[in-house]
Ligand binder design. Sequence first.
Ligand code: NAG
Length: 178
Amino acid sequence: MFPVNLTFLCLLLVQPFGQIPAFEDGDLKLFESRAITQYIAHEYFDKGTQLVIRDSKKMAILSVWTEVEGQKFDPAASKLTWELGIKPLLGMPTDSAVVEEYEAKLAAVLDVYEARLAQSKYLGGDSFTLADLHHLPTIHYLIGTQSKKLFESRPHVSAWVANITARPAWNKVIAMRS
Ligand SMILES: *[C@@H]1O[C@H](CO)[C@@H](O)[C@H](O)[C@H]1NC(C)=O
């Protein structure tokens, strides 16, 4: 049995530009990081933090916000991560027109998050779930760039970012990477 824990689960999400995350558990072979986290969260539901919900209506809401992350947040956040976080490391020039365009897109998404997080402690519901966890890698990059202003200027988003990035499991991931 592969030693799976929350730290590993986070680690799978950390390499948006690296190898495709690949996962094996016995006969099961998976790719796509969000499918891998779903499997681990269900398979290890009784161990550690419960990252999915066994009530179908509550799970449906959680799924809405995991879709929002994948389809609305991530395209803008990943583009900005590339321009502001990765390109400078590779000695490539940042394209400020692209940054401006995608900061506007991310701001529009974060306006929706601000309204959601005013009503709900976490995106998926009352507790930390996959809907929040999937944001950690890109948020980690972006709060080290000029785009951090987009998070800091929205009080509920800012409190949510502070809360999820302070989680001990996430800090273990950061420590393992450096
Ligand atoms: C995050 O929020 C939860 C729920 O309010 C709280 O129990 C926890 O201590 C907070 N964590 C941090 C690091 O602020």
